[in-house]
Design a protein around this ligand. Structure first.
Ligand code: ASP
Length: 584
């Protein structure tokens, strides 16, 4: 038996018991005549004591030579500590060691195994197994386990069945590039790793599984924007014989369950916002609604004067910054510089102070009188003490810019509180989106998403205006899930492929199996997928997903610990009938 107890377990009630512990040396203090060692495992820390009077000379020397992260086993008696440590649960006791076994030595770790470590990100990733010994990382992984357990509990309780789907498949169209795997047995042919199990879960519905879920890895070969991973995990779900409303209720239920069980937070019915309204009110389709600062469109009240910047703009739009009138001129100038940075790209910013006495002072007083500015305040919902920030220009651009400013200001004002949760549904996404590069429409969600009933004909005349039965679940300014009601008949699916620019042959080659299946009695179905990594991070009050992934990749998609990706040897290439053609 390696241990009778773990290192976080012993209390005053165990005093005088003979116990065996095993773990890592966190640190030791050597006073010559007495040595204290902090022994650590997953569960906590127990102090060990060796002293001249009660410990043999040999063991004393052995104890003095224990280095950081040595793995040891100790037997001894639990005794009361002379000076107690109220900061740790085992702080009332220590273990007077009678037997010390060295299980393994350790070389000096490249960073300290402490909550606040001296190791930088890259170093910690290279030695992630050491990083995982640190409390914050271990706790994040345990937290993730708790979330996935609750997901499984809840969905199983609701009659969902977890079904595994294959990883070696054919391309699934989620809008990213595929990772491909060459087939040795089928020379010149490749599998694609799933960007999601989308087609398989639809086939499970055709197979009558009715309620499916899977906690599953997905693979997308994208240029990695900050905080994305080439392989990530989804809670993937699908249901048959349902309408959009059923899906929203089912997964609102799951999210509410998680918030309650994991965070102890009860949330009312989730608000719902149409996509068009989200864009109009917040400038993006994943608004953070923990705070207000909704957009006020000012065209009507700002385009009747001689201020040409506004007059020639497609959209003039502002937000009221709570308490912003306290900003100094210098601070406001800094904000203006902030929106003018190339990453944001605004040409400038007009502002209006809302004074406590009800008067206004704007940066464009030459053009607008008090009555005009009172209108601005009304439209943006500004109160005395606020600052109205106004941007103008092309509608899409200016909305994106103001959205960035809104988030930045909220961050600075401390309005994005990690322990507050504000979920909402965004509904009625456009079916298609125009892609400037390829100059054609792409499915905004994926090509299996059904248009709103009665809008199929609109595809011919005004494709951009067609709305889909597609929805996203947003939490604290992050898209945590998204899905749609699917097309479930062959004709509509073929039509959809046609509109998306697939030839009949291409559609057949890529998705013939799905269209075939639809001929054998496909039930109406739909579903959604949550991004588990992000969901866990947000529930854990963090915004970076890396902390919640045991072995994440860096921004270049590398695993710096195992050093992957890596070249393969000529023999392997030969076996796969592959030849490299590297251009340096
Ligand atoms: N497969 C979709 C995705 O990965 C989710 C869904 O439509 O259910 O975003």
């Amino acid at each position: 038996m390696y241990r009778s107890h773990n290192c976080g377990e012993l209390r005053a009630a165990n005093i005088n018991e003979e116990v065996t512990l095993a773990g890592w040396v966190q640190k030791s203090r050597d006073k010559g005549f007495i040595v204290w060692v902090d022994l650590r495992d997953r569960y906590g820390i127990t102090q060990l004591v060796f002293d001249e009077e009660r410990t043999s000379k040999d063991m004393m020397i052995q104890a003095q030579n224990l280095g950081r992260e040595f793995v040891i086993q100790v037997k001894g008696t639990v005794i009361e500590r002379a000076s107690k440590n109220p900061n740790i649960p085992t702080g009332d006791i220590e273990l007077l060691v009678s037997e010390l076994n060295l299980l393994n030595e350790a070389i000096l770790p490249p960073f300290t195994i402490e909550d606040d470590t001296d190791g930088g990100e890259e170093l910690r990733m290279k030695y992630r197994y050491l990083d995982i010994r640190r409390n914050p990382v271990r706790e994040s992984l345990i937290f993730r386990h708790k979330v996935t357990q609750e997901v499984r509990n809840y969905l199983s309780g609701e009659g969902f069945i977890e079904v595994e789907t294959p990883y070696l498949i054919k391309s699934t169209p989620e809008g990213a590039r595929d990772f491909v795997v060459p087939s040795r047995m089928n020379k010149g042919e490749f599998y694609a790793l799933p960007q999601s199990p989308q087609t398989f879960k639809q086939l499970l519905m055709v197979g009558g599984m009715d309620k499916y879920f899977q906690i599953v890895k997905c693979f997308r070969d994208e240029d990695l924007r900050a905080d994305r991973q080439p392989e990530f995990t989804q809670i993937d779900c699908e249901m048959a014989f349902i309408e959009q409303e059923d899906i929203l209720n089912a997964f609102e239920g799951l999210t509410r369950h998680l918030l309650k069980e994991v965070n102890g937070v009860e949330v009312d019915k989730f608000p719902r916002l149409l996509y068009d309204d989200a864009i109009r009110l917040y400038g993006n389709d994943k608004p953070d609604i923990r705070f207000g600062m909704a957009f006020g469109e000012l065209n009507d009240v700002a385009q009747h004067k001689d201020f040409n910047v506004f007059n020639k703009a497609e959209l003039v739009v502002g937000i009221a910054v709570p308490g912003g009138n306290s900003y100094t001129r210098k601070e406001i100038d800094k904000l203006i510089d902030w929106v003018k940075r190339p990453q944001i790209g605004a040409l400038g910013m007009v502002y209006c102070r809302c004074n406590d006495d009800g008067s206004f002072k704007s940066s464009v007083d030459k053009f607008y009188d008090q009555d005009d500015l009172a209108q601005w305040a009304k439209v943006t919902g500004a109160k005395a003490g606020d600052l109205i920030c106004v941007l103008s220009g092309d509608t899409d651009k200016v909305r994106t810019q103001l959205s960035a400013l809104r988030m930045e200001l909220a961050e600075r004002l401390g309005l994005r509180k990690p322990d507050e949760f504000a979920p909402l549904w965004i509904l009625d996404f456009p079916l298609l989106e125009w892609d400037e590069e390829t100059e054609r429409y792409h499915a905004m969600h994926h090509p299996f998403t059904s248009p709103k009933p009665g809008q199929i004909d609109l595809l011919k005349t005004d494709p951009g205006a067609v709305k889909a039965n597609a929805y996203d679940l947003v939490l604290n300014g992050n898209e945590i899930g998204g899905g749609s009601i699917r097309i479930h008949d062959k004709q509509t699916q073929a039509l959809m492929f046609d509109y998306l620019g697939f030839t009949e042959e291409e559609a057949k080659a890529q998705f013939g199996f799905l269209m075939d299946a639809f001929q054998y009695g496909a039930p109406p179905h739909g579903g959604l997928a949550f991004g588990l990594d992000r969901l866990v991070a947000i529930l854990g009050g963090q915004e970076t997903i890396r902390d919640f992934i045991a072995f994440p990749k860096n921004n270049s998609g590398r695993d710096v610990m195992i050093d992957a990706p890596a070249p393969i040897d000529d023999e392997q290439l030969e076996e796969l009938s592959l030849k490299l053609n590297l251009k340096s």
